[in-house]
Design a protein around this ligand. Structure first.
Ligand code: FMN
Length: 260
């Protein structure tokens, strides 16, 4: 079996979650990564076989999977390829995102064997800072262990019955947020933000942002080597402070295994 994780992860939490899952599945063996975050990957196509086992990972945006992630995942084709779907969300709710991801990959030839909705540090404010943390990663390992034990006791190739939370039709969401990062005079025009932007929204001058393309993922803020990209805007700061208070109570990860 080849173990591969396929993810979209602007600020790295969904990546951390899905890599921890694939590492546990691979049990010390090598595993592959298909990182679909960069704009340059928007037309990447891959076909997986029954010898592959894939872990998909993405953040939740407005209770859905980000539209750009959905478009990139739609180019991944399975051939009855087993997979685990995971979404990582910022402690508010994942609403219909996990169900949406499961539906999407199933329609493309993957067989969803298990699923997880995991907590990651929220992009905005100071919410669940540092998550997924050591405890989260241990829980992921335990989940994979239980999954493997169940699979060994009851091997099956076809679809399994999972009760993933979510509704059809899905709620509206997934487009991204309305915050547009600012650029301070300290910008050295190194071009890292331009290169890293998942949607190609930043002009080569490093400061002009195409508002229609920006999804407020804040990857440019996190990757800027001189902290020139920022959200030091009073209305954002007021929102972030209030939002951080609202979402301060720790939520736990949720795991979905076959019922029998
Ligand atoms: C535009 C946008 C919308 C978001 N919507 C939600 C949401 O509906 N529920 C939630 O709990 N977190 C939400 N988040 C937080 C992210 O899901 C969370 O921070 C995630 O861990 C980011 O993943 P990444 O580090 O892989 O980019 C949102 C973040 C952004 C940028």
């Amino acid at each position: 079996m080849n173990y591969i994780t396929v993810y979209f992860s602007p600020t790295g939490t969904a990546e951390k979650s899905s890599v921890s899952m694939i590492e546990a599945l691979a049990e010390g063996k090598e595993f592959g990564r298909v990182d679909l975050t960069a704009y340059s990957t928007r037309e990447t196509e891959k076909v997986f076989s029954t010898d592959d086992f894939v872990v998909f990972g993405t953040p939740v945006y407005g209770g859905r999977i980000p539209k750009v992630a959905a478009q990139r995942f739609a180019r991944m084709r399975g051939q009855q390829t087993p997979c685990i779907v995971t979404v990582t969300y910022g402690n508010r709710d994942y609403d219909d995102a996990l169900l949406e991801l499961s539906d999407l990959v199933q329609a493309n030839g993957f067989v969803v064997q298990a699923a997880a909705a995991l907590i990651g540090q929220h992009t905005f404010g100071q919410i669940q800072v540092g998550r997924p943390d050591e405890d989260d990663l241990k829980e992921n390992q335990q989940f994979v262990k239980t999954f493997l034990e169940k699979a060994e006791k009851n091997p099956r190739k076809g679809s399994v019955k999972l009760s993933i939370k979510g509704n059809h039709p899905y709620k509206a969401g997934g487009k991204g947020g309305m915050f547009r990062p600012l650029t301070a005079d300290t910008c050295i025009q190194c071009g890292l933000c331009v290169k890293n932007c998942p949607t190609g929204a930043i002009d080569s001058d490093c400061s002009t942002i195409d508002s229609g393309r920006c999804i407020s993922c804040f990857r440019c803020i996190r990757r800027c080597p001189v902290q020139a990209k920022n959200m030091n805007d009073s209305s954002y700061l007021a929102f972030a402070e209030d939002f951080s208070k609202k979402l301060a109570t720790r939520r736990e990860n949720e795991y979905f295994l076959p019922q029998k």
